[in-house]
Design a protein around this ligand. Structure first.
Ligand code: ADP
Ligand code: MG
Length: 249
Protein backbone atom coordinates (compact mmCIF):
# COMPACT_ATOMS: atom_id res chain seq x y z
CA UNK A 1 0.00 0.00 0.00
CA UNK A 2 1.36 3.38 -1.05
CA UNK A 3 1.52 6.35 1.31
CA UNK A 4 -1.84 8.14 1.38
CA UNK A 5 -1.72 11.63 -0.15
CA UNK A 6 -3.69 14.61 1.18
CA UNK A 7 -5.12 17.23 -1.13
CA UNK A 8 -5.98 20.68 0.18
CA UNK A 9 -9.45 22.10 -0.39
CA UNK A 10 -8.27 25.68 0.07
CA UNK A 11 -10.37 25.99 3.23
CA UNK A 12 -8.53 25.41 6.52
CA UNK A 13 -11.51 24.16 8.53
CA UNK A 14 -12.46 21.78 5.75
CA UNK A 15 -8.91 20.39 5.53
CA UNK A 16 -8.72 19.98 9.30
CA UNK A 17 -12.03 18.14 9.42
CA UNK A 18 -10.64 15.73 6.81
CA UNK A 19 -7.48 15.12 8.81
CA UNK A 20 -5.35 17.30 6.56
CA UNK A 21 -7.18 17.19 3.24
CA UNK A 22 -8.94 14.91 0.78
CA UNK A 23 -7.26 11.49 0.95
CA UNK A 24 -5.94 9.52 -1.98
CA UNK A 25 -6.92 5.84 -2.41
CA UNK A 26 -10.40 6.65 -1.10
CA UNK A 27 -13.67 7.72 -2.60
CA UNK A 28 -14.99 10.99 -1.23
CA UNK A 29 -18.67 11.53 -1.91
CA UNK A 30 -20.15 15.04 -1.85
CA UNK A 31 -23.90 15.19 -1.64
CA UNK A 32 -26.39 17.99 -1.30
CA UNK A 33 -29.11 19.91 -3.09
CA UNK A 34 -28.77 21.50 -6.50
CA UNK A 35 -26.64 24.64 -6.22
CA UNK A 36 -25.03 23.80 -2.87
CA UNK A 37 -21.54 23.91 -4.40
CA UNK A 38 -20.55 20.33 -5.30
CA UNK A 39 -19.30 21.29 -8.75
CA UNK A 40 -17.50 24.33 -7.36
CA UNK A 41 -15.54 22.15 -4.92
CA UNK A 42 -14.75 19.78 -7.80
CA UNK A 43 -13.36 22.66 -9.90
CA UNK A 44 -11.23 23.88 -6.99
CA UNK A 45 -9.77 20.41 -6.38
CA UNK A 46 -8.97 20.11 -10.10
CA UNK A 47 -6.83 23.23 -9.65
CA UNK A 48 -5.32 22.40 -6.25
CA UNK A 49 -4.22 18.87 -7.19
CA UNK A 50 -1.76 20.41 -9.64
CA UNK A 51 0.09 22.32 -6.94
CA UNK A 52 3.27 20.81 -5.51
CA UNK A 53 2.94 19.03 -2.13
CA UNK A 54 4.50 22.05 -0.33
CA UNK A 55 1.43 24.00 -1.41
CA UNK A 56 -1.08 21.33 -0.50
CA UNK A 57 -1.34 19.68 -3.91
CA UNK A 58 -0.30 16.30 -5.25
CA UNK A 59 1.67 17.58 -8.24
CA UNK A 60 -0.62 15.78 -10.63
CA UNK A 61 -3.25 16.10 -13.30
CA UNK A 62 -6.97 15.34 -13.17
CA UNK A 63 -9.63 13.49 -15.13
CA UNK A 64 -13.16 14.85 -14.89
CA UNK A 65 -16.06 12.70 -16.01
CA UNK A 66 -18.67 15.38 -16.59
CA UNK A 67 -22.19 14.01 -16.85
CA UNK A 68 -24.17 17.25 -16.61
CA UNK A 69 -22.05 19.46 -18.83
CA UNK A 70 -21.17 21.75 -15.93
CA UNK A 71 -17.39 21.98 -16.42
CA UNK A 72 -16.41 25.62 -17.09
CA UNK A 73 -12.82 26.51 -18.15
CA UNK A 74 -13.53 30.17 -17.28
CA UNK A 75 -14.21 29.13 -13.71
CA UNK A 76 -10.84 27.37 -13.57
CA UNK A 77 -9.18 30.57 -14.81
CA UNK A 78 -10.87 32.57 -12.05
CA UNK A 79 -9.73 30.09 -9.43
CA UNK A 80 -6.15 30.05 -10.70
CA UNK A 81 -6.09 33.85 -10.55
CA UNK A 82 -7.49 33.60 -7.02
CA UNK A 83 -4.66 31.22 -6.05
CA UNK A 84 -2.05 33.50 -7.62
CA UNK A 85 -3.28 36.27 -5.34
CA UNK A 86 -3.45 34.04 -2.26
CA UNK A 87 0.04 32.56 -2.73
CA UNK A 88 1.71 35.62 -4.25
CA UNK A 89 2.85 33.41 -7.13
CA UNK A 90 2.01 34.12 -10.77
CA UNK A 91 0.32 30.90 -11.99
CA UNK A 92 -0.63 30.48 -15.63
CA UNK A 93 -4.31 29.46 -16.03
CA UNK A 94 -3.53 27.88 -19.43
CA UNK A 95 -1.02 25.52 -17.82
CA UNK A 96 -3.65 24.42 -15.32
CA UNK A 97 -6.27 23.89 -18.03
CA UNK A 98 -3.84 21.65 -19.94
CA UNK A 99 -3.75 19.23 -17.03
CA UNK A 100 -7.52 18.95 -16.70
CA UNK A 101 -8.79 16.13 -18.91
CA UNK A 102 -12.54 16.47 -19.27
CA UNK A 103 -14.69 13.70 -20.72
CA UNK A 104 -18.38 14.25 -21.24
CA UNK A 105 -20.52 11.20 -20.39
CA UNK A 106 -23.70 10.89 -22.44
CA UNK A 107 -25.36 8.06 -20.50
CA UNK A 108 -24.60 5.65 -17.68
CA UNK A 109 -22.97 3.03 -19.93
CA UNK A 110 -20.74 5.67 -21.44
CA UNK A 111 -19.91 6.93 -17.96
CA UNK A 112 -18.81 3.43 -16.93
CA UNK A 113 -16.63 3.11 -20.06
CA UNK A 114 -14.99 6.45 -19.38
CA UNK A 115 -13.44 5.07 -16.18
CA UNK A 116 -11.57 2.61 -18.43
CA UNK A 117 -10.42 5.48 -20.66
CA UNK A 118 -9.33 7.35 -17.55
CA UNK A 119 -7.25 4.33 -16.49
CA UNK A 120 -5.60 4.18 -19.90
CA UNK A 121 -4.70 7.84 -19.71
CA UNK A 122 -3.46 7.47 -16.15
CA UNK A 123 -1.25 4.57 -17.26
CA UNK A 124 0.20 6.71 -20.06
CA UNK A 125 0.90 9.57 -17.69
CA UNK A 126 2.12 7.41 -14.81
CA UNK A 127 5.80 8.23 -15.25
CA UNK A 128 5.29 11.76 -16.59
CA UNK A 129 5.69 15.02 -14.71
CA UNK A 130 1.93 15.21 -14.14
CA UNK A 131 0.58 11.75 -13.29
CA UNK A 132 -3.19 11.59 -12.79
CA UNK A 133 -3.79 12.17 -9.08
CA UNK A 134 -7.50 13.00 -9.10
CA UNK A 135 -10.58 11.46 -10.68
CA UNK A 136 -13.85 13.39 -10.48
CA UNK A 137 -17.23 11.94 -11.43
CA UNK A 138 -19.71 14.83 -11.42
CA UNK A 139 -22.47 13.65 -11.14
CA UNK A 140 -22.08 10.00 -10.19
CA UNK A 141 -25.81 9.34 -10.07
CA UNK A 142 -27.65 11.71 -12.46
CA UNK A 143 -27.66 9.38 -15.48
CA UNK A 144 -28.53 6.38 -13.34
CA UNK A 145 -31.38 8.27 -11.78
CA UNK A 146 -32.74 9.40 -15.15
CA UNK A 147 -32.43 6.01 -16.82
CA UNK A 148 -33.71 3.71 -14.11
CA UNK A 149 -37.14 4.88 -13.14
CA UNK A 150 -39.57 2.95 -11.01
CA UNK A 151 -39.31 0.26 -8.36
CA UNK A 152 -38.79 -2.66 -10.72
CA UNK A 153 -35.43 -1.41 -11.92
CA UNK A 154 -33.96 -0.32 -8.60
CA UNK A 155 -32.03 -3.54 -8.08
CA UNK A 156 -30.50 -3.33 -11.57
CA UNK A 157 -29.52 0.25 -10.96
CA UNK A 158 -27.86 -0.52 -7.66
CA UNK A 159 -25.96 -3.42 -9.13
CA UNK A 160 -24.60 -1.33 -11.98
CA UNK A 161 -23.77 1.58 -9.72
CA UNK A 162 -22.01 -0.80 -7.37
CA UNK A 163 -19.78 -2.19 -10.12
CA UNK A 164 -19.07 1.34 -11.32
CA UNK A 165 -17.98 2.31 -7.81
CA UNK A 166 -15.68 -0.69 -7.62
CA UNK A 167 -14.00 0.39 -10.87
CA UNK A 168 -13.63 3.87 -9.44
CA UNK A 169 -12.16 2.60 -6.18
CA UNK A 170 -9.70 0.47 -8.13
CA UNK A 171 -8.58 3.57 -10.02
CA UNK A 172 -7.86 5.35 -6.74
CA UNK A 173 -5.87 2.39 -5.40
CA UNK A 174 -3.94 1.73 -8.60
CA UNK A 175 -2.80 5.31 -9.14
CA UNK A 176 -2.75 6.50 -5.54
CA UNK A 177 -5.28 9.11 -6.67
CA UNK A 178 -8.06 11.00 -4.92
CA UNK A 179 -11.54 10.22 -6.14
CA UNK A 180 -14.43 12.65 -5.84
CA UNK A 181 -17.99 11.75 -6.74
CA UNK A 182 -21.07 13.95 -6.45
CA UNK A 183 -24.61 12.96 -5.69
CA UNK A 184 -27.58 15.30 -5.71
CA UNK A 185 -30.28 15.01 -3.08
CA UNK A 186 -33.77 16.34 -3.56
CA UNK A 187 -35.11 19.31 -1.69
CA UNK A 188 -38.64 17.89 -1.59
CA UNK A 189 -39.79 14.41 -0.62
CA UNK A 190 -39.80 12.13 -3.61
CA UNK A 191 -42.25 9.28 -4.12
CA UNK A 192 -39.67 6.99 -5.73
CA UNK A 193 -36.66 7.63 -3.63
CA UNK A 194 -38.20 8.29 -0.24
CA UNK A 195 -36.24 10.24 2.38
CA UNK A 196 -35.09 13.47 0.70
CA UNK A 197 -32.08 13.87 2.97
CA UNK A 198 -30.67 10.51 1.91
CA UNK A 199 -28.76 10.45 -1.39
CA UNK A 200 -29.95 8.01 -4.03
CA UNK A 201 -27.96 4.84 -4.20
CA UNK A 202 -27.94 5.34 -0.46
CA UNK A 203 -27.23 1.88 0.84
CA UNK A 204 -24.48 0.78 -1.52
CA UNK A 205 -22.88 4.19 -1.73
CA UNK A 206 -22.99 4.30 2.05
CA UNK A 207 -20.72 1.31 2.22
CA UNK A 208 -18.36 2.20 -0.59
CA UNK A 209 -17.66 5.89 -0.16
CA UNK A 210 -15.03 6.22 2.52
CA UNK A 211 -15.74 9.86 3.17
CA UNK A 212 -19.21 11.30 2.84
CA UNK A 213 -19.66 15.05 2.84
CA UNK A 214 -23.05 16.69 3.10
CA UNK A 215 -22.95 20.26 1.79
CA UNK A 216 -25.62 22.85 2.43
CA UNK A 217 -26.04 26.56 1.85
CA UNK A 218 -25.57 29.05 4.64
CA UNK A 219 -25.53 32.85 4.71
CA UNK A 220 -24.18 34.66 1.65
CA UNK A 221 -21.23 32.87 0.11
CA UNK A 222 -20.89 30.49 3.09
CA UNK A 223 -21.48 26.76 2.88
CA UNK A 224 -21.60 24.16 5.65
CA UNK A 225 -19.77 20.92 4.94
CA UNK A 226 -20.59 18.02 7.21
CA UNK A 227 -18.49 14.86 7.46
CA UNK A 228 -20.86 11.94 8.00
CA UNK A 229 -20.08 8.42 9.30
CA UNK A 230 -16.35 8.37 8.57
CA UNK A 231 -14.67 5.09 9.57
CA UNK A 232 -11.59 6.79 11.06
CA UNK A 233 -12.43 10.46 11.68
CA UNK A 234 -14.86 12.09 14.09
CA UNK A 235 -18.05 13.55 12.60
CA UNK A 236 -17.61 17.26 12.14
CA UNK A 237 -18.72 20.41 10.40
CA UNK A 238 -16.72 23.03 8.56
CA UNK A 239 -17.69 26.39 7.14
CA UNK A 240 -16.25 27.29 3.77
CA UNK A 241 -16.88 30.18 1.41
CA UNK A 242 -17.31 30.12 -2.35
CA UNK A 243 -16.25 33.39 -3.95
CA UNK A 244 -15.03 34.50 -7.36
CA UNK A 245 -11.51 33.55 -6.21
CA UNK A 246 -12.65 30.02 -5.35
CA UNK A 247 -12.99 28.07 -2.10
CA UNK A 248 -11.80 29.76 1.04
CA UNK A 249 -12.22 29.98 4.80
P1 ADP B 1 -24.05 21.91 -7.40
O1 ADP B 1 -23.00 21.32 -8.27
O2 ADP B 1 -24.00 21.42 -5.99
O3 ADP B 1 -25.43 21.82 -7.96
P2 ADP B 1 -22.60 24.33 -7.93
O4 ADP B 1 -21.28 23.80 -7.51
O5 ADP B 1 -22.85 24.46 -9.37
O6 ADP B 1 -23.76 23.48 -7.27
O7 ADP B 1 -22.78 25.71 -7.18
C1 ADP B 1 -23.39 26.81 -7.76
C2 ADP B 1 -23.20 27.97 -6.82
O8 ADP B 1 -21.80 28.27 -6.70
C3 ADP B 1 -23.83 29.24 -7.31
O9 ADP B 1 -25.15 29.31 -6.86
C4 ADP B 1 -22.95 30.30 -6.64
O10 ADP B 1 -23.38 30.49 -5.31
C5 ADP B 1 -21.59 29.66 -6.58
N1 ADP B 1 -20.75 30.13 -7.71
C6 ADP B 1 -20.68 29.61 -8.94
N2 ADP B 1 -19.82 30.30 -9.72
C7 ADP B 1 -19.34 31.28 -8.96
C8 ADP B 1 -18.43 32.35 -9.18
N3 ADP B 1 -17.84 32.54 -10.36
N4 ADP B 1 -18.17 33.19 -8.16
C9 ADP B 1 -18.76 33.02 -6.97
N5 ADP B 1 -19.64 32.03 -6.68
C10 ADP B 1 -19.93 31.18 -7.67
MG1 MG C 1 -23.14 20.34 -10.08
Amino acid sequence: RKLVGKLTTGCEEFDEMMGGGIESQSITEMYGEFGCGKTQVAHQLAVNVQLPPEQGGLGGSVVIIDTENTFRPERIEQMVRGLSEKHGIEYDPEEFLKNIHVARAYNSNHQILLVESASELANELKDSEMPVKLLIVDSLTAHFRAEYIGRGTLADRQQKLNKHLHDIQRFGDLFNACVIVTNQVMSKPDAFFGDPTKPIGGHILGHTATFRLYIRKSKGDKRIVKLVDSPNLPDGEAIMSITTEGLGD
